[in-house]
Design a protein around this ligand. Structure first.
Ligand code: ZN
Length: 309
C-alpha cells in the first residue's frame, strides 16, 4: 500500500462560457482565481484555476471552458458531486447567497452524519458544500467572510457501475474504507491534507456518463514532490496500470492513468505552486502562457473571452 498520496490536489471540469464560469467561482463561491492560463494540450481554450489564497493543493477547482460545448450526460463512470468544506452552521447563509446568485437545484441532505447543501454550477455541474471542522485558512478577498468561506475540497464522489475494482485501487493508493451507508462507501487517506475523502456510489444499472460541459474531466491526487510521484508511478506500473510519463504543467508535475471505473486519475506534485511565474499578490490576474505557447499570445488575447477581475 502506498503512503505518498495526501488527498486531492485539484479537480478539473469542463465548462461552456468562461465568463459565466469565472463569475460563479469568484463572485458566488468567493474563491480566488489563482491562475489564468490556457489548456496546455489545446491552447485555444482557457485553463482557469480557483482556490484559496495560494491555490493550495486540496483547494483548487480548475476548468477548461469550451465556448459552445454541449452539456455532459450524467451517468456511471464519472465524478458525480464535488464537495467543498465550509464551517458548521453556514449552510443557511450559503443557501441564501446561492439563491441570490441564481444557483440551480438546491437541496439539503445529510451524508454520514454531516449536513450538505447540494447545488449546480452554471453548466449543471454537481456540487455540495459540506459542514466540517476544517482548520484551513480560507480566501476572503472576494466578499465571502471567514465565517462561511470555503476551506477547500471536502471530497469527490465517484459514481460507478462496478465499485469493487476502484475500491481496491483507492486502498492501494493509501485510502482506507471508513464508512458505508447503502450504496455509498466512504474512503479517507490517513494523515491527509483535509481534502482527503473519496466516496464511491455504486449505481450498477445506470448508463454510462457522456462527457461535456459540467462534467468532471479528471481528479488529481496530491503528492509532496517529484520523488514521491515517481514512487507512485512505479508502483502503479508494477500493478499493471498504464501511466503517462511525467508531464510538466508549470505549476505542478502530472502523471495520468484511467481508474477501473472510468474516472481519469492524475497524481500531481505540491511543488512548485502557482506563484512560480507571478507575484502571489496578483495571482490569476494576467494571462500566463507556458513557454511552448508563448508565441500564441497575440492571437489568444484577441480570441479568448474577456473575464472580469
Ligand atoms: Zn489536472
Amino acid at each position: 500500500m502506498l503512503n505518498q498520496i495526501k488527498g486531492l490536489h485539484h479537480v478539473t471540469s469542463l465548462a461552456s462560457s468562461a465568463r459565466a464560469n469565472n463569475a460563479f467561482f469568484t463572485d458566488a463561491l468567493g474563491l480566488r482565481r489563482v491562475k489564468k492560463t490556457v489548456n496546455f494540450d489545446a491552447p485555444d481554450v482557457y485553463h482557469l484555476y480557483y482556490g484559496d489564497a495560494a491555490g493550495s493543493p486540496g483547494s483548487v477547482m480548475t476548468y477548461f471552458p469550451f465556448p459552445n460545448a454541449a452539456r455532459g450526460k450524467k451517468g456511471a463512470g464519472e465524478v458525480g458531486t464535488t464537495s467543498f468544506s465550509v464551517p458548521a452552521g453556514s449552510l443557511k447563509a450559503w443557501a441564501d447567497r446561492l439563491t441570490q446568485y441564481g444557483a440551480d437545484k438546491m437541496s439539503q441532505d445529510t451524508r454520514f452524519g454531516t449536513n450538505r447543501l447540494l447545488f449546480e454550477g452554471p453548466d449543471g455541474d454537481a456540487f455540495a458544500l459540506v459542514e466540517s471542522n476544517d482548520d484551513r485558512k480560507p480566501w476572503t478577498g472576494n466578499g465571502v467572510g471567514e465565517e462561511m468561506a470555503i476551506r477547500g475540497f471536502h471530497s469527490a464522489d465517484m459514481r460507478l457501475q462496478d465499485d469493487g475494482a476502484s475500491a481496491e485501487l483507492l486502498k492501494f493508493m493509501g485510502y482506507e474504507e471508513v464508512e458505508r451507508d447503502g450504496d455509498v462507501t466512504r474512503f479517507a487517506v490517513p494523515g491527509g491534507n483535509e481534502a482527503n475523502v473519496i466516496d464511491i456510489e455504486a449505481i450498477p444499472s445506470a448508463g454510462a456518463a457522456g462527457q461535456g460541459a459540467g462534467s468532471v474531466h479528471h481528479i488529481a491526487f496530491a503528492v509532496e514532490n517529484r520523488a514521491r510521484q515517481l514512487e507512485v508511478r512505479e508502483a502503479l506500473l508494477d500493478t499493471g496500470y498504464q501511466v503517462t510519463p511525467v508531464i510538466d504543467r508549470d505549476y505542478f508535475w502530472a502523471i495520468y492513468f484511467r481508474s477501473p471505473g472510468g474516472v481519469l486519475f492524475e497524481v500531481a506534485t505540491n511543488e512548485p505552486g502557482f506563484d512560480v511565474d507571478e507575484d502571489s499578490a496578483h495571482l490569476g490576474e494576467a494571462l500566463r502562457l507556458p513557454s511552448q505557447h508563448a508565441h500564441l499570445r497575440e492571437r489568444l488575447e484577441r480570441t479568448l473571452e474577456p473575464l472580469e477581475g
